[in-house]
Design a protein around this ligand. Structure first.
Ligand code: GN1
Ligand code: MG
Length: 342
């Protein structure tokens, strides 16, 4: 979105004297902080190349917001703000936008720095699913079909290896071979979802630390970035926390020697997540808690490598071979994760 478009969207919300700060951290959507006479807001442009039905995101969030208002009125949930027409989604120049009130005195983190952050975040994601335990998750739209479908991600990965004979394939070969050897994770994922006790639950599907707002005391306030909130299985949220919290460096780190598993963070995720939601889970879900990390780290490694072989059409790249670096990083993390859980 260019500056002029941004100004016009701001007018559709009726915000005056607005100043705009770019607060991008995700790879997919564009996010802005708007300070205006009417208050401080978060304005997000939904990437419609990826979310082809942005209206569905809005309908899901409104459905959940209505349910939570009735069943858990004290639970903080970021409800979308209507524009001057009363719509909680705004279409402008073929782009889709939504806005939220900026939570005063809140902040986010890009990387988990200590146990407390991991504990607070995992409690927040667990609370979110737990508050929706009696809500029928099947009522939600599937905003991204097959998002955490590992069988499909693996099939795409194999296809990208078969169809690509460029020099990228040569560069990708060591990581690709290592990942192919670990394909029993796909079998274990398939056994998981085929099991009768694998419940369909409301999952956030993107539990990185920057999707939690913290207050000044370092307590978790609420979950944000709700585009991928949809029906899912319990592996998605804990799995993505293991993937993104355990190592002191993120998926962007090229120096693989900096990746290691922080035991205290591991315990904090387990304590925060299971400690909050365990009574709502069945023993099959609890028994497969650690498998979630293997599924999500493996899935992200093959997604990055597939994208590298597809010339970065999904994630983009800021420097040459960035998606290869990301895939190698995730592969290293997976090896260390498997050592840690055995
Ligand atoms: C994407 O855009 P962002 O950073 O919120 C991706 C996630 C990946 C993540 C990896 C819709 O999330 O699945 O885990 O990148 N989201 C989508 O950084 O593909
Ligand atoms: Mg996201």
């Amino acid at each position: 979105m260019n500056e002029q478009e941004c100004k016009e969207v701001i007018q559709l919300y009726g915000w005056n004297n607005a100043s705009v700060t770019n607060i991008n951290s995700g790879l997919i959507n564009h996010t802005f902080k708007i300070t205006s006479n009417e208050g401080v807001f978060i304005l997000q442009e939904i990437n419609t190349a990826i979310f082809q039905q942005p209206k569905w995101i809005d309908e899901n969030i409104c459905l959940i917001a209505n349910y939570l208002q009735k069943t858990a009125p004290n639970y903080l949930f970021t409800v979308p703000i209507p524009n001057l027409n009363g719509d909680t989604i705004t279409f402008f120049n073929h782009h889709a936008f939504r806005a939220f009130l900026f939570q005063p005195n809140s902040h986010t983190y890009l990387v988990v720095q200590n146990e407390n952050e991991a504990l607070e975040a995992s409690k927040q994601f667990a609370q979110f699913t737990q508050h929706l335990n009696s809500f029928n998750a099947r009522k939600l739209h599937i905003t991204l079909p097959h998002f955490h479908n590992l069988s499909l991600r693996f099939a795409d990965f194999e296809k990208s290896l078969r169809e690509n004979n460029s020099e990228r394939l040569v560069l990708a070969a060591p990581a690709a071979n290592a990942l192919l050897k670990m394909n029993n994770i796909v079998n274990r994922y398939e056994a998981f979802i085929a099991h009768p006790d694998a419940m369909i639950r409301v999952m956030h599907h993107d539990t990185k630390i920057s999707n939690i707002l913290f207050n000044e005391k370092g307590e978790g306030l609420c979950v944000i970035d709700l585009d991928t909130v949809m029906p899912g299985y319990l592996f998605s949220d804990p799995g993505d926390m293991f993937r993104t919290y355990l190592s002191p460096v993120s998926e962007e780190e090229a120096d693989l020697s900096k990746i290691y598993i922080r035991k205290d963070i591991f315990e904090a995720i387990e304590k925060g997540y299971l400690g909050t939601i365990k009574s709502a889970l069945n023993s099959f879900e609890i028994d497969n808690f650690y498998l979630s990390g293997e599924i999500l780290i493996y899935m992200q490694a093959i997604r990055f490598l597939t994208d590298f072989l597809h010339n970065d059409r999904y994630y983009g790249e800021k420097y040459p071979n960035q998606n290869l670096v990301r895939a190698e990083n995730q592969l290293r993390l997976l090896e260390l994760y498997q050592e840690a859980i055995c």
